[in-house]
Design a protein around this ligand. Sequence first.
Ligand SMILES: *Cc1c(COP(=O)(O)O)cnc(C)c1O
Length: 417
Amino acid sequence: MSVNSERVFDDVNLDRPKYHPSTELVYLESTAGEGQEADTLGVRDPYHSSSVPLYQTATFKQPSADGTGEFDYTRSGNPTRSAVETHLAKIMKAERAFVVTTGMTALDVILRLVPNGGQIIAGDDLYGGSNRLLTYLTKLGHVEVENVDTTNVEAVRSKLDPVKTRLVLLETPTNPLIKIADIRAVSDLVHEKCPNAVVVVDNTMMSPYLQNCLDLGADIEYHSGTKYLSGHHDMMAGVIGVRSLDLADRIFFVINATGSGLSPFESWLLLRGLKTLAIRIERQQATAQRIAEFLENQTDIKRVLYPGLPSHPQHQIHISQASGPGGVLSFETGDIATSERIVEATKLYGISVSFGCINSLISMPCRMSHASIPAEVRKARALPEDVVRLCVGIEDPDDLINDLKSALIAAGVKVKA
Ligand SMILES: *Cc1c(COP(=O)(O)O)cnc(C)c1O
């Protein structure tokens, strides 16, 4: 075992964001230690490359027999992975950030903080994969999971146990119902009542560009980097940002012990994708807002769910904690067959699970991404089967609205201009 694989983090002064997030995303500051020359994010590159080099290697030669090199084995650490982690820590305002193979891996690593028999409180409109993993761990008898409506602070309070509760998992906005949890209120409540519990937010829907959960009081924020952070649906990654060095040590231990760190090439791709995050999201949410307003204006559409609409019941909470509504919206037609016809009639929106891509996507979550949640559970959680989810891409906004209009008409929905 080398120094690296038993890393204990010192409280080095990480660069704190100084500029607008859109600038920080493209501005890679040197983080080299004293006397070291660093060009990009602490990677000491003799050729001064403008882009962080890809260190596609499993091992690193050591300067001496006692193995004191900064890196020794890529499972424990790799310069390309370190570069994207340092950059993400800055963007997420985290003490440390870690990148792992997928968003589900991120949750799996975080859940290993919970001791046997610990209680987890999680939302009732969770991402399907998160629900599947929690259910599995419950069945094995490792943890107890209480699913509550985390958008209702009193519902969370009613389940808190000062001893047993070890982790509270929030998602906001949820997907596909676009419900909003009050991150500040839940974090304050949990920290007051349950000193042993960590508040964890799956921030995939917003990205750190629109919402900083650690600033709002959460202990850990994580992402599926497969979505907005990478942005092109050509890779998978998970990202974990933590507020304390103690959490950093515990998370790093699990990542190193299980070998779940992101590969060098994927780390390199993720860093490349991150640089365009701001410009993609600005475009995606401006178009999503227009689409939401267009749909809300249609009498034949039963309900439109989007945090950017003043009609959203938790619009105020959302704008108090995030700087924008994001690029995902859902709507209900009141009829499953009509919803199916709309999904199949669009041309520009690919029928696909997932979101956060430069291309627009359309899906019926109850048939696709959330199909792993049993029908009776979906029903108990009031997940309507007719919900259509739109994930808005960067195409021309008029083209996207016209395509949706044509699909509505083809599906037999009356459309006003
Ligand atoms: C996609 C997604 C995940 C899982 O991430 P993967 O990268 O697919 O493993 C978790 N949470 C949310 C909200 C997601 O959308």
